[in-house]
Ligand binder design. Structure first.
Ligand SMILES: *[C@@H]1O[C@H](CO)[C@@H](O)[C@H](O)[C@H]1NC(C)=O
Ligand SMILES: *[C@@H]1O[C@H](CO)[C@@H](O)[C@H](O)[C@H]1NC(C)=O
Ligand SMILES: *[C@@H]1O[C@H](CO)[C@@H](O)[C@H](O)[C@H]1NC(C)=O
Length: 346
């Protein structure tokens, strides 16, 4: 049985105290990388909600208990909401209402206006979560994500803490200041981020447009090298890439992050706030997979300055970047853990 390194990080009198804990993580190592051929691969039915800019396609576990606590589960690139297919039943069994939205540019989420800029900037991804909550009359929720979903969860939790009861984020803190966008990185790090730079070019745009499924296959393998994903899983995800805005949104995320594409002026104020790297004050559980080359696992100390509330950090063993699909039990337990963290006096 593996026991993930756990760090409890809490601010006491302005000083960060780090304590190594041995948390009860017995079930964290139980997920199998294999799944039976007849297991469910997709979340259905899909519902729709309008915000001021989008018609958001989402799955809602819709429990009969209207007072059920809500967790919003946010996917990454290049993935679909179906990465949460095994997380949803685990949390539903614990009384949660799960909302799993397609990000802008994915699945059947669509822009209401042809003239809205197809921006995938971090401010827009975070604001979309809050707008969806408004559309569904959800006051507070846990935000949980990986990859782009971590960006969205980080932004929404940092800028709207009163809407967030807790955050679960792979890679801890991915909010970016534009001032650091051109910071020089070591070659070994850049080599794992090759596609960020390919997507800056017209050739990268055309390549993604001509073979989105092939790109997903390559990135799944490169970014989670030990994950034996199945063709059935890729088949389940592929419709998410057939959105008419998929290529614009996917490439804009990287172009905007690297300052090769301006943001949508509608988000200028939020984008400015994000440049100051706002502190996340809500209870947080952060997860670093140990087999995800783009963001090598850390012990959490390098991102501690971005958190002011109670925070627990885990390294997830034998896992690539797509934690919810590869280790659904670990991801579900992180949501339960952050909920408990929020209830504990601190
Ligand atoms: C969203 O807005 C569109 C365009 O105004 C409308 O046709 C559609 O019925 C709305 N959908 C929902 C779920 O309200
Ligand atoms: C993945 O497949 C390889 C090659 O078949 C095998 O050696 C490895 O054990 C598998 N990994 C897992 C986690 O099942
Ligand atoms: C965490 O990692 C940093 C950088 O690698 C190291 O300096 C620090 O000692 C580590 N902290 C703990 C508690 O292991």
């Amino acid at each position: 049985m593996r026991s993930p390194l756990s760090l409890l990080i809490s601010p006491i009198r302005g000083i960060l105290f780090l304590a190594l804990l041995s948390l009860p993580c017995s079930s964290m190592a139980l997920d199998s990388a294999t799944r039976s051929a007849d297991s469910v691969l997709t979340l259905t039915p899909i519902r729709y909600a309008n915000t001021s800019t989008l018609s958001i396609a989402y799955y809602d576990s819709a429990p009969s208990d209207s007072a059920a606590p809500v967790a919003i589960l946010i996917h990454g690139f290049p993935y679909s909401i179906d990465t949460y297919v095994d997380v949803v039943p685990k949390l539903a069994a614990k009384g949660y209402r799960l909302i799993v939205p397609y990000l802008r540019g994915y699945g059947t989420t669509s822009f209401l206006s042809p003239t809205t800029p197809r921006s995938a900037e971090q401010a827009a991804l975070g604001k979309d979560i809050i707008d969806l909550m408004d559309a569904l009359s959800i006051d507070k929720a846990i935000f949980a994500g990986y990859d782009w979903g971590s960006v969205a969860a980080n932004v929404a939790a940092a800028l709207w803490p009163d809407r967030c009861t807790g955050m679960v984020a792979a890679n801890s803190y991915l909010i970016q200041s534009r001032r650091a966008a051109w910071a020089i990185a070591p070659p070994a790090s850049l080599a794992t981020r090759w596609y960020f730079y390919v997507f800056l070019t017209p050739q990268g745009y055309s390549a993604l447009a001509s073979d989105a499924r092939g790109w997903a296959a390559t990135l799944w393998s490169k970014n989670s090298p030990q994950w034996n994903w199945t063709q059935a899983q890729l088949d389940a995800a592929a419709p998410a890439f057939r959105n008419p805005d998929y290529v614009d949104i996917a490439t804009n995320f990287y172009r905007n992050r690297l300052l090769y594409a301006p943001g949508d002026p509608a988000y200028a104020d939020l984008a400015g706030q994000l440049d100051s790297l706002p502190i996340i004050q809500v209870p947080s559980v952060t997860l670093d997979p140990d087999q995800a080359p783009v963001f090598p696992a850390t012990n959490g100390s390098s991102t501690a300055q971005h958190f002011a509330g109670p925070r627990v950090h885990h390294i997830v063993q034998d896992c690539g970047e797509n934690i919810p699909l590869q280790k659904p039990q670990v991801f579900a337990e992180a949501v339960l853990e952050v909920a408990a963290l929020g209830k504990r006096p601190y």
